[in-house]
Design a protein around this ligand. Structure first.
Ligand code: NJP
Length: 239
């Protein structure tokens, strides 16, 4: 379904990003997988063993030079980008006054600046080709507030604002922009581990990968603007 398409997935070394890369690879996409640690190379090897065409780039999405380099390498290897999945994200959960300025900066750098840098790096290319899809893994807390998540919530509201404006700017060029807004997912997020007992009912990484696949493989005349999904056990998101 995504044969001959090139997908760039940030934060792909583990968690949702790795599952998204596996799913898009299974659908036939060529993959650039991006992570900020050496883990990305091990993940890339696992993806190659499944028979997928993979470029691994160690890059911090919050650093302009790293982002430029990751797209340079992608264009050198694959010649185009059809799909960008802005998935890399970090979160800390505590009272507002317990956050340091450094906590605040880091969440905004990765979650917001990273989405800005990666998206704007690829927009001119997609506009010129008059096609392309940009999907950002945001959060349900990009649509509603929670206690103990003020800064993280603020980053995801920012991401919603950025993506919404971008979607409007790119519609006339045939470029689709959407967000996925999940509730709790069983990953490594916020210094956690997957598979812990209390996360048994949480969303699984494949649930997010399926949502990305649906958005990415929608027919050309259609844009999926937003998908919100939650564990059934989580409170109803009154947004
Ligand atoms: O998190 P995790 P998730 N540059 O920690 C990478 C959102 N979300 O899969 O760099 C590039 O398992 C990191 O790799 P490494 C969330 O906000 C989650 O749950 O090698 N990559 C790893 O591969 C985020 O946007 C929940 O350490 C960077 C990956 O990112 C998305 O879902 C709920 C990086 C993170 O894997 C995926 O998060 C929700 C950087 N600067 C939204 N920093 C949830 N889990 O409950 C980190 O509403 N990475």
């Amino acid at each position: 379904m995504l044969q001959n398409k090139v997908a760039v997935i940030t934060g792909a070394s583990r968690g949702c990003g790795k599952a998204i890369a596996e799913k898009l690879g299974a659908l036939g996409a060529k993959l650039t997988v991006v992570g900020s640690s050496d883990r990305i190379f091990k993940t890339a090897e696992e993806l190659k063993e499944k028979g997928y065409e993979v470029l691994a780039v160690k890059a911090d999405v919050s650093i302009e030079e790293d982002v430029a380099e990751l797209f340079n390498q992608t264009f050198d290897q694959f010649g185009q980008v059809d799909l960008l999945v802005n998935n890399a994200g970090v979160g800390q959960f505590k009272l507002a006054e317990e956050h340091s300025l450094e906590d605040f900066r880091r969440m905004f750098e990765v979650n917001v600046q990273g989405v800005f840098l990666c998206s704007t790096a690829v927009v001119p290319h997609m506009k010129e080709r008059k096609e392309g899809t940009i999907i950002t893994i945001s959060s349900d807390v990009g649509r509603r507030t929670i206690a103990n998540g003020s800064v993280y919530t603020a980053t995801k509201y920012a991401v919603q604002g950025f993506s919404g404006s971008l979607a409007q700017e790119l519609r006339e060029f045939g470029v689709r922009v959407g967000t996925i807004n999940p509730g709790a997912i069983d990953t490594y997020f916020a210094d956690s581990e997957p598979g812990l007992d209390f996360k048994e009912d949480w969303l699984k990484v494949n649930d997010i990968a399926e949502a990305v696949a649906y958005m990415a493989s929608a027919p050309k005349h259609m844009v999926v603007d937003e998908i919100m999904l939650h564990p059934l056990s989580q409170e109803y998101p009154n947004v």
